[in-house]
Design a protein around this ligand. Structure first.
Ligand code: A3P
Length: 340
């Protein structure tokens, strides 16, 4: 049974407007909660997750810091779990008609969870649900010892995650500004967003989901403590060996590819179906939208190292330094710009 809302949760919901505010990172105003910065519209849902969401031991959570490969992970996990009902070669496969974000929902999507309703309760098991929530806010139920849920975390070189975040923010800001102008209480959304300002905010952790370092680090540590519950994947390694990583992902979710499937090349078919090139060509990804965010905005280059086309070497070294300091002694590292 889902836990009911206590006075503490209610109090937490009521003080959202008094949480520290950051207005410079479009498209949303950000509020700081539990040490992380969240787009204001999803804060009530983050509180509601703790209040009403009832995890099941068979749940698989797809975890990412924003702009680190969420869309890809959603596609891969969805295609893998549902391959019996939807063979990857089938012309009517859902991923040939729908955006991956329409196939796997975010836990913190606005209005999915309200103080007395959990839209996820209607989903059949095993559920695959995505979230950007930091470990510290998930740990109470989803990561609790007895919950049994599994987590697949994808991390990405912070320099590429930053560039992807900045370009996405610029793309979505104009549409968000138009939408915000129609609000009952219109708020200004900055539509020109320079890289230097974005960089400073990102390094300070004042970006959606930020700061990135503790986000990545806590899931990394959890994967070392409980490898059977937390699978830690790297975007760059997935690009380098997509089929090998697919096998890992399927095995971890408890649906490893059988010898017959291996012989038939099913893993490779899923990788092809979910490749950025294939997804970009899907009509729903060219013309559809998630609220005011056009689906095409989720598919840009999908490369490792694109930061070098945008950032100066000084910026790269500065960010490397920030990351290196934060990860020191953890056993987790990202290649420094100068070594690439
Ligand atoms: P770039 O902006 O560097 O191209 P998220 O899905 O977490 O929002 O991350 C978006 C990033 O993942 C973007 O990176 C996007 O191009 C990339 N991406 C989207 N779909 C992908 C896919 N199928 N394979 C690899 N990368 C993908």
């Amino acid at each position: 049974m889902a836990p009911s809302i206590g006075d503490d949760d209610m109090a937490e919901r009521l003080v959202v407007s008094s949480l520290p505010l950051e207005t410079r990172f479009p498209p949303f105003q950000l509020r700081q909660h539990g040490g992380f910065w969240f787009p204001e519209p999803i804060l009530p849902d983050i509180v509601a997750v703790r209040a009403v969401f009832a995890p099941r031991p068979s749940d698989v959570f797809l975890l990412t810091f924003p702009k680190s490969g969420t869309t890809w992970l959603k596609a891969l996990a969805f295609a893998t779990v549902h391959r019996a009902d939807h063979p990857p070669c089938a012309p009517d496969h859902p991923l040939r008609h729908r955006n991956p974000h329409d196939c796997v929902e975010f836990l913190e999507v606005p209005y999915a969870l309200t103080p007395d309703a959990d839209a996820f309760a209607a989903l059949p098991s095993p559920r695959v649900i995505a979230t950007h929530m930091p470990y510290s806010l998930l740990s109470e139920q989803i990561m609790a010892e007895g919950a049994g849920c599994k987590v697949m975390y994808v991390c990405r070189d912070p320099k590429d995650a930053f560039i992807s975040t900045w370009l996405f923010a610029r793309k979505t800001a104009v549409a968000a500004a138009a939408e915000a102008a129609n609000d009952d209480e219109p708020r200004p959304v900055p539509t020109s967003f320079g890289m230097e300002e974005a960089f400073e905010l990102f390094c300070d952790g004042r970006c959606p989901g930020g700061p990135q370092r503790p986000h990545v680090l806590s899931y990394w540590e959890a994967s070392r403590r409980w490898p059977e519950r937390v699978l830690f994947l790297r975007y760059e390694e997935m690009l380098g060996d997509p089929v090998g990583n697919m096998r890992k992902l399927a095995e971890f979710m408890g649906c490893a590819f059988s010898g017959e499937e291996e012989a038939a090349g099913v893993a490779l078919e899923i990788v092809k179906l979910c490749s950025i090139g294939a997804l970009k060509n899907v009509e729903a990804n060219k013309s559809g939208a998630q609220n005011y965010v056009k689906n095409e905005a989720f598919f840009r280059k999908g490369l490792a190292g694109d930061w070098s086309n945008h950032m100066t070497s000084e910026m790269a070294a500065l960010l490397d330094g920030v990351i290196e300091d934060a990860l020191q002694g953890s056993g987790l590292a990202f290649p420094a710009a100068e070594s690439m």
